[in-house]
Design a protein around this ligand. Structure first.
Ligand SMILES: [Zn+2]
Length: 109
């Protein structure tokens, strides 16, 4: 990972913090939802009773951050297929491209 990419990801993750909101009223069901500090993201609402707020909040925040990272301008997120060769040195390679990954760094032969 380049320092520039790390800075872009850090900035995005810092900006998109998801926090919980709730509303309680006499005449309506008490509800909770999550919003983002960095954009107009707002989750669906959920009843307060019977919902594990921590687990639900973590899942909602993780999904939002995944969407944010996948949509960053100038950043491509791809899922690689299984490598098909290691040249005997333990570095995984995709032989068609001769590009591999070792310790999180791209290796080109
Ligand atoms: Zn956001």
């Amino acid at each position: 990972m380049t320092p520039e990419l790390r800075a872009v990801l850090t900035e995005a993750l810092t900006a998109h913090q998801v926090y919980r909101c709730s509303r309680c009223g006499w005449d309506e069901e008490s509800i909770q939802w999550w919003q983002c500090h960095g954009c107009d993201f707002k989750s669906n609402t959920f009843p307060i009773k019977g919902v594990n707020r921590v687990v639900l909040g973590e899942a909602i925040a993780a999904e939002h951050v995944a969407d944010v990272i996948a949509s960053l301008p100038g950043v491509a997120v791809i899922q690689l297929p299984e490598p098909d060769d290691d040249h005997g040195d333990g570095i995984a390679f995709w032989t068609a491209q001769e590009v591999g990954v070792a310790d999180g760094q791209e290796v080109v032969r």
